[in-house]
Design a protein around this ligand. Sequence first.
Ligand code: GLN
Length: 541
Amino acid sequence: MTRFIFITGGVVSSLGKGLASAALGSLLQCRGFKVRQRKLDPYINVDPGTMSPYQHGEVYVTDDGAETDLDLGHYERFTGVSTRQSDNVTTGRIYSDVIARERRGDYLGATIQVIPHITDAIKDFVLSDITDEDFVLCEIGGTIGDIEGLPFIEAIRQLGNELGSERSMFVHVTLLPYIPAAHELKTKPTQHSVKELQGAGIQPDVLLCRADRPIPEGERKKIALFCNVRREAVIPALDVDTIYRVPITYHQEGLDDQVLRHFGMEAPAPDLSRWENVVERVTRPEGEVTIAVVGKYTNLLDAYKSLGEALTHGGIANNVRVNLDWIDSEIFEREDAVAHLEKVNGILVPGGFGERGAAGKIAAARFARERNVPYFGICFGMQMAVVETARNKCGIATAGSTEFGPCKDELVGLMTEWVRDGVVQRRSSESDLGGTMRLGAYAAHLAPGSKVREVYGTDVISERHRHRYEVNPTYEKVLAEAGMVFSGKSPDGVLPEVVEIPDHPWFIGVQFHPELKSRPFDPHPLFKSFIGAAVQQARLV
Ligand code: GLN
């Protein structure tokens, strides 16, 4: 029997609701249950694929090619369970499905309304594609009271009623702000937010109270009394030094016990050694390295959520702290790149879109290549490294990417054809922008004897993609003569997936996004190896 836990947020946004869901998912998993995690996003975009990273942060890509909310990254990192298309939905998707059905005539005769048609579509989504999971955790984006969120809140209210409390439960994440003048944590915003939820017909079963300091017993009792929740179910969720400590602290505060009590279930105590090890390594490293991340969205680090985490995981694997020096690539277009990169132990150019800042990324790749600094290029970072080698090593001064407009030597060009699950996908420059990239998991074959083959320890890999352009295979020979080889290709041998410079301590570019599959307890081989190379480099300087 699958049970549903609905997670809502109150008072303010950015409470760490996604992390809270992920940590609860992990705790239930550590108690032996099979979990699945989902996110319902009330915004009107069909998916976050076309949103600016400044608006939305990272777009997390699933194996099956969905462009989703970054909270799905938290879910995967905390539980190791791969998310799917059916784990994230938006208002836009729900409406476009309902409207498509209306046009087909599926509701013939009916007036289509928010209740029941939109709410039914949301409920169908929540209940769909479930097999033998013990728990499905379903997080509602936004904050209680948001206009966009209303149909979702109504849908989960109905589900609570239909499934009954033996199969459903409501967890509300809220905030207790500290008011310095009063020297007090305040409970009133929480009371108001729970009232709002109750007004929508939902009585929370558990309150997760975020606070920056311990919550006095009196305040806890007060919240219980005013919010109609048992005192034990008012769970303090205090700030911690590393996000990977969250499952441990939630367990200490009794969150998982309260969930099991609600459902009348019993289970052995969780084995939290996985998290204890991770926390030990993150908080007590034996050394440190500094990595420059040269990108465009460096003043909104949510845009690089998985990347930052994967670099931390690389540090866990090597027992070092990884200091990240986020550098806006545009500065390399105005100043000499050298001063900024002189002291770092590795340079990473992440995924990106558009011409702005590209010249700076090319300058960073050149510095890494010429100065033997470990270089990791991801997607756009691989493409720019190829352009750099072509321009400065092969002497093709007009080498460029057609992403920036027509160019004489198309080292990187629009991908117009590729194979997905045996079917040829076709795109042109006229295609829609939304959902039309090469998305999701694709296999790649690694060349025998290559560095990347050694790093992975296997010949065939599967990694997640999100790109529209590709390195032009016709330049393979020219680049190889200049010392850059294609060491990974699509199974049909057509698309370049990995490039490397064998005559360099560590220079690898990948067309996919390995950061999406790294876990704190299972660091991705490329990040492990890259940070290992940075440790070597730190010893040399
Ligand atoms: N803009 C590039 C492309 O579409 C790279 C995309 C990326 O880095 N994710 O191919």
